[in-house]
Each structure stands twice: as structure tokens, then as C-alpha cells.
Write a protein that binds this ligand. Structure first.
Ligand code: FEO
Length: 175
């Protein structure tokens, strides 16, 4: 049993998370075109993470007895002015996603859907990490500067990121 208002918001969040995946894949492609393969890898992994977020919510809707309604995903931008522009947009986007998650928890509490309230505490923690990652990437970029060698080193560090599916998703899929 899932509250109707909350179910609508969860369905919308599935689409928001899929849009995040599209946005980060587009950013990954932009970095690839600039031969910044490490940044491209980082954003490629991030696209997988966002897809995982959407699948977690999708699984939750199904398991709570709701109906997941799959909606179109709008096209992301394809071009940015600079690396800093991408990093800033990432921060802005994650702050927006955090506000969406807060709204879900807020409405779940109003509607006394305490299961969703509890379940979404994972997403609140996840958003702390997502915002922190986005801010750290910008901070490191600014600290190292645009100098070619520093950018090369930072690009190599970014490329070390590896995708690991969230335990919550593998648990939900195994249930
Ligand atoms: Fe799914 Fe980047 O938040």
C-alpha cells in the first residue's frame, strides 16, 4: 500500500533520476570529445549511479504495491563552455535533486507514509555524498588550475573511479 500523492512523486523521481543519467552521460561524451578520458570515465560511472537510483525507486514502487509509470525523459544539453561550467552545472543539478528528495520526505510525512519517509533516508545520505563529490571535483579543479600538466594529473585521478552497484539495489533485486 502506497499513498497516491507519494506514488506520483516517486514516479516523477524515477524520471528525474533517469534524466540525471542522461545529463551525466552527455557530460561524459563532452569530456571524451575534449580528450579528457578520466573526467569522461567519472561521468560515465555517475550515469550508472543515477540509473541505479531510478531502479531503486522503481523497485520500491513495485514492492510497495504501486504502479510504476514510465515517462519520457527530456534531452539533456550537449555543450558546455568549459570544464568549470560542467562542474558548476553538476553542483547545481545535485542541489536540485536534493530539493526533490526533501520534498518527497516532506509529503510522505504529511501523508503519514512513514515507510517512504524511512526508505528515503538512504537518498538523503546519498545526496550528501553526491553534493560533496560535485563540490570536491570543483575544488580540486580550481586548486590544480588549468595548467596542462595539472589537468592531466587530475584527469588521471578522475579516471580511477569504478562503478559498484549500490547494495540497496542488489538487495531489492534479490528480494
Ligand atoms: Fe541520483 Fe545524483 O542523484
Amino acid at each position: 500500500m502506497i499513498n497516491e500523492k507519494v506514488e506520483l512523486l516517486l514516479n516523477q523521481q524515477v524520471t528525474h533520476e533517469l534524466y540525471s543519467a542522461q545529463l551525466y552521460l552527455s557530460m561524459s561524451s563532452w569530456f571524451s570529445a575534449k580528450n579528457l578520458d578520466g573526467f569522461a570515465k567519472w561521468y560515465y560511472v555517475q550515469a550508472y549511479e543515477e540509473k541505479a537510483h531510478s531502479m531503486i525507486i522503481y523497485n520500491y514502487i513495485i514492492k510497495a504495491g504501486g504502479r510504476a509509470l514510465i515517462e519520457p525523459i527530456k534531452a539533456p544539453p550537449h555543450d558546455w563552455d568549459s570544464v568549470l561550467d560542467v562542474l558548476n552545472e553538476t553542483i547545481k543539478h545535485e542541489e536540485y535533486v536534493t530539493s526533490l528528495i526533501y520534498n518527497i520526505v516532506d509529503v510522505a510525512r504529511q501523508e503519514k507514509d512513514f515507510k517512504v519517509d524511512q526508505f528515503f533516508q538512504w537518498f538523503i545520505d546519498e545526496q550528501v555524498e553526491e553534493e560533496d563529490n560535485a563540490n570536491k571535483n570543483k575544488g580540486r579543479f580550481e586548486a590544480m588550475g588549468m595548467d596542462g600538466k595539472a589537468l592531466y594529473l587530475l584527469d588521471q585521478e578522475m579516471g580511477a573511479r569504478v562503478y559498484t552497484p549500490p547494495v540497496l539495489l542488489t538487495t531489492l533485486e534479490a528480494e
